[in-house]
Ligand binder design. Sequence first.
Ligand SMILES: [Zn+2]
Length: 555
Amino acid sequence: MSDMLDHFGKIFQEGSTRAGIKCCSEWTTQYVYQPHPRDKRKILPTSWTYYPWSRDMHDAEGDFLIGMKAAQMAYTNVVVDQTLYRIDMLGSSCLYLMPNQNPVASDFSSGRLHKLLLASPYLSTLFTSGSNVGHKMAGTRELWIRGASSDAGLRNIDPDFIVLDEFDVMDQKGVAMALRRPDGQWNSTVWMISTPTLPESGIHKEWLNSTKEHWRFKCPICSQMCQLDFPDCLVVTGDGLNDPKLAESHVICNRCKKPIRHEDKIEAQNKTGRWEAEEPGGSSRGFYINQLYSCQKEPHKIARQAIEAQYSKSKEQEYWNQAGGVPHIVDGAKLTEQDILGRRVVRKMDESWPSHIRVRTMGVDVGKVFHYTIDGWTYDKPDRDLNLATSCDVLRAGFCDSLTEIRQLMYQYQVAMTVIDYQPEERLVYEFCSQNRGTTLRCQYAAGESGSKMSLKTDDETKVNIHRNHWLDLRLGRFTTNRIRLPRDISEEYVVHHKNIVKHFSEDKRGSVSKDKSEYKKQGADHLAHSGAYSEVAFAVAASRSANVPYRSVL
Ligand SMILES: [Zn+2]
């Protein structure tokens, strides 16, 4: 009871000042307390000095707001403050969506948000029930903090303000579910922020349709409005990490190309900084910034990252995505058109297959239609790994509308084994594989970087679990090592699907030595690439069965 009196007491006291507040940035300056950027022990009301670009972002309006960012540029502050402002001042109910419930969303709620609420005298009383990490109430207004990977958490909620934090690593099914306009809500706003990953996908794709706003300020040297382009406006002055000259690295104006001192850059941004749209007619407002603008991270630290990027794929990826806030593809991380078209031979799809082919397999990726690849296999050279010892002729690739047609193709090509994606048509595929036991398997990509290449479920004869990276590496590697042959009339769709699948690198920090870790991401439809990987699995299973040896011995 005393908590409640306390709460209303606070609101009563605050009533007179609250009435004068016109926008989120004013509210934030008054009520949100943060550790001082240069002395974390001091907790003070929000100041814009070290994040001058974030002030106008707080007051941005529109149905759809996009923030493409480098790391540590205070975009999260913008969306958290907006969320609390809307709950407090506009009576909104909000959904704060993160990639996963555990640990990401839970840690955010019990860590960052909890600390923020405690640090700010007024906010500490905002939520009347606050112990639940995923759900908080402020009177009748609600705040849900959820992970996009869990459908269950996204049912039966009706937010009118939605934040998607780290959009590029979110499960897209969860995003679609969160964005379904809640019934009865006539006005909802979505704020989407992320560091980008690949060009023309995720946040970058959204950014391309937006107003494309860049943060600009008056150059202290030439007095023109300038922007700090990444990486062109960073001058790296040393050759290696141990070079003392590296400390002199600096940023330059994109107009006069003269060096701008770090402290002058902070002052100029505070006095003259403003957002300027490249596409004023864009369908949403989009904000982009990179770390060259940072008032905290000095240029020599970014220069170190530029040098490290030359020696590791994950550091290269991180440099562009995290420091530059721009999408990036590491050299060799995707197939080129030439890699694919260069593998064509004279044979056409309808012609009979070469006589040296003994075994044929099929892989099927399931989506709106059934995309398939039918391969014929030739033993080339001895290798412990059977797939590496063989070359592959793609006999036919395309799509059909039903599993009945897939069965016809199985007969027509006398396919020894067919492996089919077990999702999203789980029931349908299960029934098909049960009816065609011995010649078909349902396949599930097992998550994670480690684990076995393949494991056949002993309690379920129709199912195989496979390691996603291993089989995609194997399949896509055939194009660059010349161990795959395509029919002359292979479709444009086949080429596009293979160009749409891209390796994204990050650092694996487990253990004492950090190493590159990679994950395949897509820039568009990629079904035929997956059907090829499933066909590789089918071949390994078919070969081990025909030789009557355990499948592990051929991998
Ligand atoms: Zn200048």
